[in-house]
Write a protein that binds this ligand. Structure first.
Ligand code: SF4
Length: 364
């Protein structure tokens, strides 16, 4: 199998060039073609010698994944479908571009499916098909129609980014390095349920959790999916609360030095009767007291076949007011792309026989 170049750092590309007997400056040229001009084949790298292009094409591939369909919402939101299959079995992921005044924000997927199993989420119900590598994450940025105009990115698509931390950090490094896309890390937000201990193995002494590693190794913003301040109730919505309790996440956040660039926010989905009462608002206030943060309220969108109901607007407003008057900055996030099922928790990546996706008008 050929090795992919998309997602490699400048240093790694230099090593490859050295190994292949190519001049060191070829690494800079490769960065330019891969991350600035974003070409998808070696043929197009015209300032590389023919010999170098042939040699690279023999052993490597760029790793570019073009989208093969998109769906356009009447509010301008666009949902793109990518095929990331590595075997005969089809595997799809989605990215959503959300235009808002002079901004174009990309909502990026980090995994095909998700292991966290949140009950209200279409991706969570779908199960887990695998981690995306950094070329598959970066392709969502580089090969959509608005690639040149993107202003911001949120890792809030399919998957739990901190469950695929190495690839997410690598993609962020490419996006924010001067040899890459030179984005400010302030333009990127990573959303997580709060993976506060090592996953799938016994943590070695003093081993950092993915959450701590993310905060140490990246300067991107962090958004924690909180959704319910009570352990038992959060557990019922999000089974991952058992492995990664919110209290531990908050302990880690309180220990971290947030001076400098990073901002922490909390995502809070409003479910009628389940998360939107004054009791929940008051518990949220005491939980977040003293932590410099903001709360983004999201009215739940019905994904079909669930017992969950979106909160009434009156309850949402009352909740928002209660938080704000207690000194916690809270705002209701506008919902976008509902007619193409691009809203929070709706991404499924399923192409066939899906009860909700079959209503989406895809354009090839
Ligand atoms: S809400 Fe996020 S973390 Fe939870 S199952 Fe869905 S994709 Fe995974």
């Amino acid at each position: 199998m050929k090795q992919k170049l998309l997602g490699r750092t400048l240093e790694e590309l230099k090593e490859i060039c050295l190994q292949e007997g190519l001049p060191a400056f070829t690494a800079r040229q490769l960065c330019d073609w891969l991350y600035k001009k974003r070409v998808s084949s070696f043929d197009k790298m015209t300032n590389l010698s023919l010999k170098a292009r042939n040699l690279l094409a023999e052993k490597y591939e760029t790793g570019a994944v073009p989208y093969f369909k998109f769906a356009q919402s009447k509010d301008g939101t666009r949902k793109y479908l990518f095929n990331v299959s590595s075997s005969d079995e089809a595997c799809y992921i989605e990215a959503v571009m959300i235009p808002d005044k002079d901004r174009k924000t990309l909502c990026v997927s980090s995994q095909a499916g998700c292991r966290m199993g949140c009950r209200f989420c279409m991706t969570g119900r779908q199960g887990f098909a695998g981690n995306l590598d950094s070329s598959q994450i970066l392709s969502q940025f580089f090969f959509i129609d608005e690639a040149e105009d993107l202003t911001n990115a949120v890792f809030m698509g399919m998957g739990e980014p901190l469950d695929n931390l190495d690839n997410v950090l690598r993609a962020i490094e490419v996006l924010t390095s001067d040899w890459g896309c030179a984005w400010s890390p302030k333009r990127i937000t990573v959303s997580s349920i709060g993976v506060n201990k090592a996953v799938g193995k016994i943590a070695e002494n003093n081993e950092k959790s993915p959450l701590e590693r993310f905060m140490d190794e990246s300067r991107a913003h962090l958004a924690i999916s909180l959704h319910n301040p009570f352990h038992g109730e959060r557990l019922a919505l999000m089974p991952c609360e058992a492995a990664f309790p919110l209290q531990e996440t908050l302990r880690i956040l309180r220990r971290h030095d947030f001076s400098g660039q990073r901002r922490v926010s909390f995502e809070y989905i409003m479910f009628k009767g389940l998360t939107d009462t004054p009791r929940h608002a008051d518990a949220l206030v005491s939980l977040l007291k003293g932590l410099e943060c903001r709360v983004n309220l999201i009215r739940f969108h019905d994904i079909g076949d669930t017992e969950y109901i979106p909160s009434d607007m009156k309850a949402v407003q009352a909740f928002e007011d209660r938080l704000n008057s207690a000194g916690i900055t809270a705002t209701l996030r506008a919902s976008r792309g509902q007619d193409i099922e691009a809203a929070c928790g709706m991404l499924s990546g399923k192409e066939k026989n899906n009860t909700t996706n079959k209503q989406v008008l895809w354009i090839s």
